[in-house]
Design a binder for this molecule. Structure first.
Ligand code: KG4
Ligand code: ZN
Length: 337
């Protein structure tokens, strides 16, 4: 049977990366353009919302032109436009939403607001694999840490989430304490790699609680107090933090798999690029006879490809924004989908 090609333009602007991609339902990802603003925010030690919005304004249109050129696609051939509607920074979301909706209006094609975390969750599919439902998703980013029961694509129930800092946020705050810059998650992981034998052991918060919720803010405080006492032991502190945080994620993921009796775990979001976490999850899953799926490394952190893909699946089902008004949802639970 011949399937008609459907081209989706995806736009991501929820935080500090401008991402634009073109996804084809028949040929996969045709273009993926990314501009990271990280260097603009680094000197402030965190994302400055006003700077983020202004830079998205500057970058997105040229990124769209580059994506069309890379994909060798004329703009008139685009069938639908997906953009990140939330959760994220309001001003930053508004830039992507305004561009997407105006373009869709002028081309007379549908636009659809996509949930950023659904984008992360489906990112493993960018490697042309089907995610076997049902599965447990472990979503670990700078803004979220949660375990999700995914009965079908689009049907999400939150099993547990962080009661305070997201795990990526805790990585970043600990990295800042150690003077590793912003966002320091991957710098912290790199520093920890040099440690052969650990000398500090940090607590594993919440592992004995019956729920699947997390708490990471205490771990960062533990790191700060250890650093005050041992300022010459940065790699050891980085290692102790990474071991504790990844242990908790692995232990809770195992509990979620056992609780749901599902056979598959999908891990996504910026922290899913952490190699210690991947190793622990793989070992845990192997021991209990389960399978783990990750996005390709370049699609763990924010990108336009995951938004184009998530949008494509929904647009093809006939979903689209009901008005041409520009609407965003800075706070938005996956369960509302
Ligand atoms: O998904 P993402 O790009 O943005 C959000 O939606 O938040 O995730 C960014 C987060 C940051 O906190 C960053 O430090 C963290 O992912 N991260 C890492 C690693 N690479 C990125 N954390 C730990 N180890 C890594 N290798
Ligand atoms: Zn993200």
């Amino acid at each position: 049977m011949h399937i008609k090609e459907y081209l989706t333009l995806g736009i991501e602007s929820s935080c500090d990366e401008s991402g634009v991609a073109i996804y084809s339902n028949t040929r996969g990802l045709l273009a993926d353009e990314l501009f990271s603003q990280i260097h603009l925010h680094a000197e402030f030690g965190g994302v400055v919302p006003e700077i983020a919005s202004r830079d998205h304004l500057k970058r997105i249109q040229p990124l769209i032109q580059n994506a069309l050129k890379t994909a060798d696609v004329d703009i008139s051939k685009i069938d639908g436009i997906a953009y990140t509607k939330g959760p994220g920074l309001a001003g930053a979301l508004l830039v992507g939403a305004s561009i997407a909706k105006s373009l869709a209006f002028s081309l007379d094609i549908p636009a659809l607001g996509v949930h950023h975390m659904e984008g992360h969750l489906l990112a493993p599919m960018l490697e042309n694999i089907t995610l076997p439902t049902p599965f447990v998703a472990l979503l670990v980013s700078g803004g979220h840490t949660m375990l999700v029961d995914v009965k079908n694509i689009g049907n999400y129930a939150i099993l547990g989430e962080s009661l305070d800092d997201a795990v990526g946020e805790a990585f970043d705050k600990t990295a800042k304490i150690l003077g590793l810059g912003y966002p320091g998650g991957s710098a912290l992981a790199q520093l920890a790699q040099s440690v052969r034998e650990e000398i500090f052991t940090f607590p594993r918060p919440m592992i004995n609680k019956p729920t699947l919720d997390f708490s990471f803010s205490g771990l960062k405080t533990f790191a700060r107090n250890t650093y005050i006492k041992h300022p010459d032991n940065k790699p050891q502190i980085a290692k102790a933090f990474e071991e504790a945080a990844t242990d908790v994620l692995s232990i809770k993921s195992k509990k979620a798999l056992q609780h749901t009796r599902y056979n598959n775990l999908v891990v996504a979001g910026g922290v899913s690029s952490n190699l210690v976490l991947r190793e622990k999850l793989d070992t845990m899953a192997q021991k209990i006879g389960k399978k783990v799926f990750y996005p390709p490394q370049q699609f763990c952190t924010d990108n336009g490809a995951m938004i184009a893909l998530a949008g494509s699946l929904r647009l093809l089902k006939g979903e689209q924004d009901s008005t041409c008004a520009i609407e965003i949802q800075p706070r938005w639970s996956l369960e509302e989908l």
